[in-house]
Design a protein around this ligand. Structure first.
Ligand SMILES: [Zn+2]
Length: 420
């Protein structure tokens, strides 16, 4: 107990917990290019936090607003012709309720890993060893590298032991606050190991592919969301000449890095691209690890939340990749989206990143395609479409994982078809 008290105390001395009392999440839908431009300019206002950035007319934009700014801001939005909907009235109360539920579930089942709760980085790390040991014939832990703060970035490799196999690499949790991504990765490992020898299609995939699944690719940021700021997105490395910490690890890859728009050069922005490509220990390690598997990587997927989208390159330009790749990628997006919808009826939008969510450069999926020639290089936004946003309740962990796993099976099927 004293250890917990001491660590809590030292934490309090180092950094106060960030609270969101009275913060609201507003949704507006721009009806034309002028309104899109207006919202884009607001992204420079660092008091506002864009949960869902402005992209196209007709696409909702979600903005978290502090209480002291709310009245003024709402008036301003109305003056500019927006209808304003409140998605969440008090972000802190939602966080508090979820953490209470999480603690309650833990206390009911202290000794076993509950797949239907969110887990800390240390718990995920311990689970990696447990599930690997329990399924050692087809699962083993692997280490990608070390984070800025010195945490091991680890994952589980699942596949029948054989040489010359193709690989699939899944990036989970690269954005710290998107908690359903690590849980979906954890469930994916579970479904794969349980399916081997029981489900002929999964057995076939594991005979043909090694799945490298990393639940938490940004461990410092993820840990920070548990201890200090539930809404943290970036890494935790300091920035020279600025008091603002962290780089957006999904704007830090080399493909199209540093273009504008699509990332920020301001270290205080949540989409800060970093001083150079691969400046972050986490992205550098991940890229080197994937390169070490080349040229055998058939599938590369980066899982985010939220918005319900299954996307392919490019993010750094609205131009399409050359044919025949583009048609194959778009077809894969659609098939994965349909596989998801067939499970619980959740509709996923599909298309290229820049034409579906927004222009984003230095992202994982573009790097996988441009730099590693991985045809099936995808960016996914998991549940939901904004009702809970980053604060997806724990009772949606399992259904999200269930439907996502059907898309994992579908992309594996597509990859096998492409190999023939
Ligand atoms: Zn994300």
């Amino acid at each position: 107990m004293w250890k917990i008290l001491v660590s809590l105390l030292s934490l309090a001395l180092v950094e106060a917990v960030t609270r969101y009392d009275g913060y609201k999440v507003l949704r507006v839908v721009p009806n034309g290019d002028a309104q899109v431009r207006y919202l884009r300019n607001l992204e420079e206002d660092l008091e506002l936090s864009f949960w869902k950035e402005a992209s196209f007319p007709g696409r909702p934009v979600d903005i978290m607003v502090p209480p002291n700014k709310f009245g003024r801001f709402k008036t301003e939005l109305r003056l500019f012709g927006f209808d304003v909907n409140t998605m969440m009235t008090d972000v802190q109360s939602v966080i508090d309720r979820q953490m209470e539920e999480n603690a309650e579930k833990r206390s009911m089942n202290p000794d076993s890993f509950d797949y239907n709760t969110y887990h800390t980085y240390d718990e995920i790390d311990a689970w990696i060893d447990e599930i690997s040991a329990a399924n050692h014939d087809i699962a083993s832990p692997f280490t990608v590298g070390t984070s800025y703060e010195g945490r091991k970035i680890r994952g589980v490799k699942v596949g029948k032991q054989a040489t010359g196999k193709k690989a699939q690499y899944y990036v989970g949790g690269i954005h710290a606050r998107e908690w359903v991504s690590p849980s979906t990765m954890i469930y994916t490992v579970k479904y794969l190991v349980e399916g081997y020898g029981n489900d002929p299609s999964i057995t076939n995939y594991l005979d043909n592919f090694d799945y490298y699944i990393v639940p938490s690719s940004n461990p410092d940021g993820y840990e920070f969301t548990w201890t200090t700021d539930r809404m943290w997105r970036k890494t935790r490395s300091p920035n020279a000449g600025s008091n603002c910490v962290g780089t957006d690890p999904n704007r830090n890859w080399s493909a199209g890095w540093g273009r504008f728009p699509g990332s920020s050069g301001n270290p205080c922005s949540t989409s800060y691209r970093g001083p150079e490509a691969f400046s972050e220990a986490e992205t550098d390690a991940a890229a080197k690890f994937v390169e070490s598997l080349a040229p055998n990587v058939a599938v590369f997927i980066d899982f985010h939340a939220y918005s319900q989208m299954w996307m392919s390159p490019y993010g750094y330009t609205r131009d399409s990749p050359p044919e025949p790749d583009y048609t194959k990628q778009i077809d894969a997006n659609k098939r994965c989206g349909e596989a998801i919808e067939a499970v619980h009826g959740k509709v996923y939008q599909t298309g290229t990143i820049a034409n579906t969510i927004y222009v984003a450069n230095g992202n994982t999926a573009d790097w996988g395609y441009d730099n590693q020639n991985i045809l099936l290089s995808h960016a996914v936004e998991l549940r939901d479409t904004g009702e809970h946003g980053f604060l997806l309740p724990e009772d949606q962990i399992q259904p999200t994982a269930e439907e996502t796993f059907e898309a994992v099976k579908e992309i594996s099927k597509i990859a096998l078809e492409n190999m023939q």
